[in-house]
Design a protein around this ligand. Structure first.
Ligand code: PLP
Length: 389
């Protein structure tokens, strides 16, 4: 049976060129970048090169890049590190209600440690209104975190507008509110220029951009007050100690370079496939709802509620035909809780429980989607009949 992988927002396969770039770093260039001898210096040179390449892509200084073990770690480091380092200035943090669990759970931890968290609701189309952010800011606010793209419904958030509001406030009140964005889903398709976005901190990961899992970066603007998250030998600007994961760093860098090179053509190609697929599902299958904004969404994201069909049953039905999709977010799809993202759009359990995410990728073809559409129609017919009995 052939696999049709439509779960690229959960993770992507490794690009063969990324693997090739990593190959030398297992047996040949195995040195520790902190060592003085030639094997150490060799690794150190490669580390410096990678940092420069990543810095150029996101438009920052090399010293502002911290290599980490993925999105979750970068987010923990940014939120916990900034919160505790700025406690004297205030204890208020603002996030949205559709953030990834890495943000929500970290804020839950901070809430238990003396911080006051405001969770803003997004609009019905899944977009955070910058005016709401402006209203939520108080003299105690030290940090705002908003994702650049939502992982479940693909909505693109107005990061630049939110940044302008924060900068204006900081300027007017001589305040110093930091702005972090979770860009894990943005690396393949969107502008990740930190100056244009106007952010002080940004998280990216490798596992969503055809790079190795457990790799990523945290961009931290120079002079940001942040305390280390992991203590030890002082690597990564003293913020993230531990011997560098050289194969991972090389792999992440290569993956990011390829993603940026393919950005324009892949976005255009996938937008075409996405719009066709959405149109056909809504036209051919009754009682279906598109979740998220119709235009302000990632080129590869389709999220639809098939009313009357239980999401998990649909995932398993499609899986029998080799088709991989997800219901709710990947992290909660093994739990039978309604998606907090779809619930944020409307207080409707049925809509949340029947939502399916199709996330297209580099290897997705029109033929894959035609076959998927055929199987979905069979699934809906069969599964709706079951619930009616
Ligand atoms: C995948 C993802 C994360 C977590 O990244 P890991 O590398 O799996 O730790 C965080 N935020 C978003 C939006 C994601 O899609």
């Amino acid at each position: 049976m052939r696999t049709i992988y439509l779960d690229n927002s959960a993770t992507t396969p490794l690009d063969p060129l990324v693997k090739k770039a990593m190959d030398d770093f297992w047996y040949k260039k195995y040195g520790n970048p902190s060592s003085l001898h030639h094997k150490g210096r060799e690794a150190k040179q490669e580390l410096i090169k990678s940092r420069k390449k990543v810095a150029k892509i996101i438009n920052c200084k090399p010293e502002e890049i911290i290599f980490t073990a993925g999105g979750t770690e970068s987010i923990n480091m940014a939120l916990i590190g900034i919160a505790f380092a700025n406690k004297k200035s205030g204890n208020h943090i603002i996030i949205s209600n559709i953030e990834h669990p890495a943000v929500l759970a970290t804020c839950n931890y901070l809430d238990k440690h003396g911080f006051d968290i405001t969770i803003l609701s997004v609009e019905k189309d899944g977009i955070l209104n910058p005016k709401k952010v402006e209203k939520a800011i108080t003299s105690k606010t030290i940090l705002i975190s908003a994702m650049q793209v939502n992982n479940e419904i693909g909505t693109i958030q107005p990061i630049t507008e939110i940044s302008k509001i924060i900068q204006a406030y900081n300027h007017r009140k001589h305040a110093n509110i930091y702005f972090h964005t979770d860009s894990c889903q943005a690396g393949n398709y969107l502008n990740i220029n930190v100056k244009r976005l106007g952010v002080d901190a940004m998280t990216l990961n490798g596992s969503k951009i055809y790079g190795p899992k457990q790799t990523g970066i945290l961009y931290i603007k120079q002079d940001t007050q942040i305390q280390p998250y992991i203590y030890g030998g002082g690597q990564e600007n003293k913020l993230r100690s531990g011997t560098e994961n050289m194969p991972g760093i090389i792999g992440f860098t290569k993956a990011l370079e390829i993603a940026q090179k393919k950005k324009a053509t892949e976005s255009k190609r996938l937008e075409g496939l996405r719009d066709w697929f959405i149109k056909e599902i809504l036209k051919q299958i009754p009682d279906t709802i598109l979740n998220g904004h119709i235009a302000k969404r990632l080129p590869n994201n389709i999220n639809i509620s098939f009313m009357g069909v239980e999401g998990e049953s649909m995932v398993l039905f499609l899986d029998k035909y080799g088709i991989c999709v997800s219901s709710g977010s990947a992290c909660s799809s093994t739990k039978l809780t309604a998606s907090h993202i779809i619930m944020a759009l409307e207080d409707n359990h049925e809509r949340a429980h029947s939502s399916i995410r199709f996330s297209l990728g580099r290897y997705t073809t029109k033929k894959d989607l035609e076959f998927t559409l055929k199987i979905i129609k069979q699934a809906v017919e069969k599964l709706r009949n079951i619930s009616a009995v």
